[in-house]
Design a protein around this ligand. Structure first.
Ligand code: ZN
Length: 231
């Protein structure tokens, strides 16, 4: 069950296009997995369209021409003229709707399909961790991170902001327990130790805008290299 969602402000900023691109991708991918937030986005969009409609009609002394009304109706018809089923069919044809690790196929939220071809090879890190870098173009680098059962990321905090979307499985980090679809935002005020709790491990999609900062034990030695692992 999804317990962690973007804030209402983030959803509004997503609709108005005011989020940084990287965050916008994360929010969009979360909405693909979360009917509640998808519904919120739809109603915010309608609300904003109504507001701008009211604004325009307020300025005009006469009624809006039909062409304007139908244009607004088109804008509020989200998110695309293709139905979800059609989009899924297209994604399947291109076979870019999932990623694979060790023969296991992980379906991805629709927003991430376009990055499948930009995902590099898996490399093995410490502690049953696997990482595949994703070239996000001007948005920088993201990573798919797979934590095998019992696998963990050494305790760390963040210099910037770490956005994580749980794609498949569950993990806990000493602060909370997270499930598929959860949207997690961590910054320098959080110190956590992610650890996969589900038997089949846990796949997350993660973006960090600054290198992680490891805080405990031997892992501190990783700091000079953390940008190699987690950027
Ligand atoms: Zn949500």
């Amino acid at each position: 069950m999804i317990n962690f969602h973007p804030t209402l402000e983030q959803l509004r900023a997503f609709v108005t296009g005011d989020l940084p691109p990287a965050l916008s991708i994360m929010v969009s991918a979360h909405c693909d997995m979360c009917p509640r937030c998808m519904e919120m986005v739809d109603s915010i969009t309608e609300e904003l369209a109504q507001e701008s409609f009211d604004e325009v009609s307020g300025q005009e002394s006469h009624e809006l021409p039909n062409s304007m009304q139908s244009m607004l109706a088109d804008i509020t018809k989200l998110p695309s003229s293709l139905s979800a089923d059609e989009l899924i069919t297209i994604a399947k044809k291109k076979d870019n709707n999932h990623i694979e690790l060790d023969g296991r196929k992980f379906p991805l939220p629709r927003t991430l399909h376009r990055y499948v071809n930009k995902t590099g090879n898996w490399s093995s890190l410490v502690g049953k961790l696997w990482q595949a870098p994703v070239d996000m173009g001007t948005q920088g680098v993201a990573n798919f991170i797979f934590m095998g059962h019992g696998g963990s990321v050494p305790e760390h905090t963040h210099r910037g902001t770490e956005y994580t979307l749980v794609i498949n499985g569950e993990f806990s980090d000493g602060l909370n327990q997270y499930d598929s679809g959860d949207f997690i935002l961590m910054d320098s005020t959080h110190t956590h130790t992610p650890e996969a709790v589900s038997h089949d491990g846990c796949l997350v999609f993660s973006m960090v805008d600054e290198p992680l900062h490891f805080t405990s034990g031997l892992a501190r030695l990783l700091n000079p290299f953390s940008h190699l692992f987690f950027r």
